[in-house]
Write a protein of this length. Structure first.
Length: 276
C-alpha cells in the first residue's frame, strides 16, 4: 500500500467514523447532549465494535505502514455501517480485492431488455456470471439462435456453442471461437469454484461433448479478445460480425455481448432480412 493510499484510507475512516452517532451502533448516547467533543464515534468505540486493538486502529487512522487483512477490513466495514459501495472502496484503499457480492438480475430484466432492444438491428444478448442467457433482442434470436427455444437448464452460452449443430455448421471458424469461450468460462469457474451451477455445466458438458471434455483438461485461461465472427448463414449467406463484450457498472456480473455487422453490406442485408 502506497503512502497516498494510506493517507486516503485514514481520511476515509475518519470521515465514516464522524458521521455515525453512538445510538446508531447500539451504544448509549451522551448523557449530556453537546458535551461530546468527538463528532460521531470515538476511535476506541470503533475498535471495540470491530474487535481490533485501539493502538492498531489508531495507527490505521494515522496513515502508518501496517498490514490490513480482508477479515479485519470487513469487520471495520461492519462496525462503520458501510454500504456495499463504501465497503468496496475501503478494501481498495487497503490494497485488497473487492468483497464478494452476489448480484441479482431478476429485478432488472425489463431495464436490460430495453437496452438490448435499443441495439436492434444489431444482434445483442446479456449473459450472467455463469454465461446463462438473461435477455436478448429479436435480431439475435433470428440471426444466431433463439434462447427461448432452448431447454431452461441448457440456456447457456457454453451449451449452445458446444451442442448446437446449426450454430456449429454456420460458424466458419467454430473451433477457435469455442476454445475462446471455454477459456473465459474456465476463468469464471476459477473465481467461483464452489458454484454448483458452474459445476453442473462442466460435468454435463464433459459427458455431452468430446471437444469440451478434451479442451477442459488443457486448462486454458484467456480474457476476451476482440474478434470478427464469420458466418455462413442459411438465409443471408456469408456474414461478418464484429464481437464486443462489455460489463455493466451497475451489475458487473452481467456481460453484454454485441455482434456488430462488420461492413455496411452486412448491416443492410441484416436489416432487410429482419424487416421481411
Amino acid at each position: 500500500m502506497s503512502e497516498n493510499h494510506r493517507a486516503e484510507l485514514a481520511d476515509f475512516l475518519k470521515a465514516q467514523r464522524s458521521r455515525l452517532r453512538p445510538e446508531e451502533v447500539g451504544l448509549p448516547g451522551d448523557l449530556l447532549p453537546g458535551r461530546r467533543r468527538t463528532p460521531g464515534l470515538r476511535r476506541e468505540e470503533v475498535a471495540e465494535i470491530a474487535g481490533v486493538s485501539l493502538t492498531w486502529y489508531t495507527w490505521l487512522e494515522q496513515g502508518r505502514k501496517i498490514a490490513a487483512s480482508p477479515q479485519v477490513m470487513d469487520a471495520l466495514a461492519r462496525a462503520l455501517r458501510l454500504d456495499p459501495v463504501q465497503h468496496r472502496h475501503l478494501r481498495r484503499l487497503a490494497g485488497l480485492a473487492d468483497p464478494a457480492v452476489k448480484y441479482q438480475a431478476g429485478g432488472e430484466i425489463s431495464r436490460l431488455q430495453r437496452l438490448v432492444d435499443a441495439l436492434y438491428p444489431t444482434p445483442a444478448v446479456i449473459h450472467d456470471a455463469r454465461l446463462d442467457f438473461v435477455v436478448w433482442n429479436s435480431a439475435f434470436s433470428r440471426i444466431r439462435t433463439d434462447p427461448a427455444a432452448l431447454a431452461p437448464e441448457r440456456r447457456n452460452l457454453l451449451w449452445w456453442m458446444y451442442t448446437d449443430a446449426r450454430n456449429r455448421a454456420m460458424m466458419r471458424r467454430w473451433e477457435p471461437a469455442a476454445r475462446a469461450i471455454l477459456s473465459q468460462f474456465r476463468a469464471l469457474v476459477g473465481k467461483a469454484p464452489d458454484d454448483r451451477r458452474l459445476a453442473v455445466v462442466v460435468t454435463e458438458l464433459s459427458a455431452a461433448s468430446t471437444e469440451f471434455r478434451t479442451w477442459w483438461a488443457e486448462y486454458q485461461v484467456q480474457d476476451f479478445r476482440p474478434t470478427v465472427i464469420g458466418l455462413d448463414h442459411p438465409d443471408l449467406g456469408r456474414l461478418a460480425l464484429e464481437l464486443y463484450q462489455m460489463r455493466l457498472v451497475e451489475n458487473p456480473e452481467l456481460l453484454l455481448v454485441v455482434q456488430l455487422p462488420a461492413t455496411e453490406d452486412d448491416r443492410e442485408r441484416i436489416r432487410a432480412y429482419l424487416n421481411e
